[in-house]
Structure formats: structure tokens, C-alpha cells
Design a protein. Structure first.
Length: 181
């Protein structure tokens, strides 16, 4: 009788039917989570690239004396805001979701080295005009320009993780040297 029981146990021990299903049940949820993670981090990276480009175009538009592609305004802040909104809209991002930067860049005015605040007339986009971008080695103003900065919200969706429905603020900032008027 003992040998019959031993042979049945050996047979069950060697039998691997159903092992693939058990392995798949253990591995597939992890693979699915990794794929979702790759997708959502890719989305965040894409949005970050878009808002960075928008900030660069906004700073360029503000630094140009008369931006004909931005509506032709002589107000640099209006040109910067219009350029940022145009880039966000063309990338199918909602420009109304842009927000003030978490920390406003601490820049100085080229004329008298006083602190420059954001122009509140430009909505939630921080435009700082005629700011010092560099200082000469011996002192004094080196290069003057324009700074544009803002944040854009992004919400992850990764179930069963700490990132699920977590909203983060992606920051964008750009500085461009002013062109001669």
C-alpha cells in the first residue's frame, strides 16, 4: 500500500499541468502594470516637452520687438501669452489649465537691478521682461532678455500604486535674450 501511495505522490510531483496558467496569473498583472506605467510616464514626458517648447516660443515672442506671428502686438507680454496658448492649443492641451509657477524666478531688472515680478495681465503665465540673464565678469549688466514660466497639471492613472490619481505639476521655464529694437 505504501508503494502505491508513493507512486501516486511521485506522479503528482512530476505532473506540471496547470503550471503555465499559475505562472501567467502571477506575471500578467505585473506586465500590465509595467505597460501602464510606461504609457503614463510617456504621456507626462510628452506634455513636459510641449510645455517647455511653449515657454521657449513665448519667451522668443516676447523678446522680439514686433511678433507678426503672435498677432502683431507691440506688448511683449501679450505676444508671449499668445505664443504659449497657441502651442498648447495646437498640441491639444487646455491653455486654461496653465498655472503660475510654484516659485517665481528671482530675476533683476536690467535698468536698475530691482526685483521683477510677473505681469499679472497675462493670466497664469509668468512673463518677466527686461531682466538680467547674465552679469559681466567685472560687474554690471551682461545680457538682458525675457523670462516665461508656468506650470501645467498632469494626473497619473496607475491602479494599485501610490501614483493612482496623483496630480503633479509639470514646470516649464525659458529665457531668451532680447533682440535689438
Amino acid at each position: 500500500m505504501a508503494t502505491v501511495a508513493q507512486s501516486i505522490l511521485r506522479k503528482l510531483y512530476r505532473d506540471t499541468r496547470g503550471a503555465e496558467i499559475a505562472e501567467a496569473a502571477a506575471v500578467l498583472p505585473l506586465m500590465f502594470m509595467m505597460l501602464l506605467g510606461i504609457f503614463w510616464f510617456g504621456q507626462a514626458f510628452s506634455i513636459y516637452g510641449t510645455i517647455t517648447r511653449a515657454a521657449q516660443e513665448g519667451a522668443r515672442a516676447a523678446a522680439t520687438p514686433l511678433c507678426t506671428t503672435c498677432g502683431g502686438s507691440s506688448n511683449p507680454g501679450v505676444n508671449a501669452s499668445a505664443a504659449v496658448q497657441s502651442i498648447l492649443t495646437s498640441a491639444k492641451l487646455d491653455p486654461t489649465k496653465a498655472q503660475w509657477p510654484g516659485t517665481v524666478p528671482n530675476l533683476l531688472l536690467c535698468r536698475n537691478s530691482s526685483a521683477v515680478t510677473c505681469d499679472p495681465s497675462q493670466g497664469k503665465i509668468c512673463v518677466q521682461e527686461e531682466v538680467e540673464l547674465s552679469v559681466r565678469a567685472g560687474g554690471g549688466v551682461g545680457v538682458c532678455g525675457t523670462s516665461v514660466s508656468f506650470q501645467y497639471p498632469f494626473q497619473f492613472w496607475l491602479p494599485f500604486t501610490s501614483l493612482n490619481k496623483q496630480q503633479i505639476q509639470l514646470s516649464a521655464s525659458a529665457r531668451v535674450r532680447s533682440e535689438a529694437h
